[in-house]
Design a protein around this ligand. Sequence first.
Ligand code: MG
Length: 452
Amino acid sequence: MKQPILLSILVASLWAEPRELQPTAPQDGERPNIVLIFTDDQGYGDLGCYGATEIRTPHLDRMATEGMRLLDFYSAAPICSPSRAALLTGSYPLRVGITTVIYQNSEVGLNPDELTIAEVLKAKGYATTCIGKWHLGHMKEFLPMAQGFDSFYGLPVTNDMMTRVDGETGVSLMRGAEIIEHPAKMATLTKRYTEEAVRFIAENKERPFFLYLAHTMPHVPLAASADFRGRSAAGLYGDVIEELDWSAGQVLAALREHDLDEKTLVIFTSDNGPAVLKAGAGGSAGKLRGGKMATSEGGMRVPCIVRWPGRVPTGTVCDEPAMTIDLLPTIAGLVGAELPSDRVIDGKDIWPLLAGVEGARSPHEAVYYYRRNNLEAVRVGRWKLALPKKFVRLPDGSLKPKGAYKLYDLERDIAESRNVARTHADVVERLSAIATTFDQQLREGARPIGEL
Ligand code: MG
C-alpha cells in the first residue's frame, strides 16, 4: 500500500520541479526598475539586521524583513576601484584590468569597451543615472556617460583624493562632466545624493529606470549632516550610517509614493569591508576577521539586502555564496538581454536564489578572493583555502608554493581562526587545483584597462 503513495509523491515532486524553477520570474518584457545602493567601506556588522547593536538602521532592517538578506555575499575585491569595476561589468577585476585603486593623477579608467549594467539596461530603453562616487576614471573619456549612464552627479574619485582647483584643495562635485563645487561640501553629500535620487525616481516613474546610488560614505573622512551629527551611540561613524539608512528610507518611500514597489528591484550592498585600520573611524565586520584591503572574510563579505515585493520572498535569508559580479547577469536575465558572446563574464545569474526557489544552489564552482593582481584565497562550499603568498621557481621553471596553505571551515569557523589544513589534506589539494586552474584561465583571458 505504501509504495504507490511514495511513488506518486516522488513522481509529483519530479513533475513539480521544472515548474518551480523560477516561480516568481517576471513576465517577458516586464522591465523592472533597478535601484542599486552601494555604500563605501561599510562593514558586514554595521546594520541592525546584520547584528549591529549601537547603530540604528530601521529602514534597512525593514527592507530586509520585506525582502531577503544574503549572508554569504561577496564583493570581488577588498578595495574601491576594482570592486566597482567588477560590480558594473559582472567580471573579476583582473578580467577587466582594474586591480588597484585609481588615483587622482592616474590617466586610466574602466575600458569603454567593457559592457556595464547601465549599458545593458540602456539598450533596453532604461533611463540610467549614476549618483555618488564613481572612481572608475575621472578623465572625461572614462566618466559614467562613457559607460551607459545618461547622467552623473557626484564625486569622480574617493573623498580623500584631493586636487587643487582655482587654488582650493579638495574633491570636486560634478554634474555630468562639469565641476559644480570645489571643494565639495562633504557633510551634505549623503543628503544631496538622496534628494537627487528621489527626484530621478519622480521624473522617470513612467518608464523603466536604473538608479545607481553609490554613496561617498562611510569612506573616511567621515561626515554627516547637522540632522544626524551626534545622534548615534556609535559616534560619528554611527551618525554616518544612520544617515545612509535614512537615505535608503527616502528612496523606498519615493518608490512607494509613485506606486513603483512591485515594479522595482532594490539592492543594497557595500563595495568592501570596513576600514578597520583607521582606528575609530571605520566600521565593524561583525564576527568576520579583518576588513578592507584583506582577503579574509571581513574584507570581502558584505551585507546585501534585496527587495522586490511579490518576487523576492519576504523575510528570507540566503546563505549560498553569491557575488556582486552576479548582478549584471541576473539583471540581464530579468530584462531579457543577451550576454555578449565575444567575452567572458565571470558572474552568474542568481535569480533562482533571489526568488527563493527551493533547493536553489550557488551557481559558482568557487568564489575567488583576489587582492591586487594576486589570487589569495578560494572558497568552495564550506571550505576556504588561503593560498601561500610566496612561490619559488623550480629548475624546470614551474612554481612551487612557499609557505603554508591555510584551510578554514566557514560553517563552523566564520572567523577563520582555526587552520584545519593538516587534517584535510585532500580538501587542500582539491581547492588548490581549482584555484590554480581558474587563475591561469583568468590571466589568459584578461582584458586591458582603459588608457588615453
Ligand atoms: Mg571602498
